[in-house]
Unconditional design. Sequence first.
Length: 183
Amino acid sequence: MVLEFADRELPGGLVLRVLREEDAAELAAAYARNRGHLAQWDPTRTEEFYTDAGQFSRAREFLAMRELDTALPLVLMDGDSIAGIMNLTSIVRGAFQSAMIGYWLDRGHTGRGLASGALNAVIEAARDDYGLHRIQAATLLHNHASQTVLTRAGFERIGVAPAYLKIAGRWQDHVLFQRILHD
């Protein structure tokens, strides 16, 4: 089953849509443009990651996971430029009906409520179209901007996970959040 997602126009003229293989060059450009901005929030990246070929490979991997109903990779478009990503990953069906959410915004688009608008669109689709019950997110302890986005979208803090992910070259603690989508 492939998770369908209709393009959604967001405030500010941005569009949230499914990732395409042909986005690879623009993804590489967006990651290169935001390399310093994202470095403190991301795993250490190889030089290959910032190339068209590296992003083409990643896009194919994400789209293969979409085909398996385990991921929904989305891009936030500002015209022809990628202004960010918003991915549902680790989708588990059965009794769990849960997924992880991960996202980032281009440094030129932060502070305008765009992440909140995109996250709310993903929450709506996860609940209404995909039948998910729960979405989980994790942020670094000092990522207050992302924590604010999650809280505004109805996520609740559920704890701290020590040494949760290897970010910026070292294992770092994360605050865990969840949003229950159905009563």
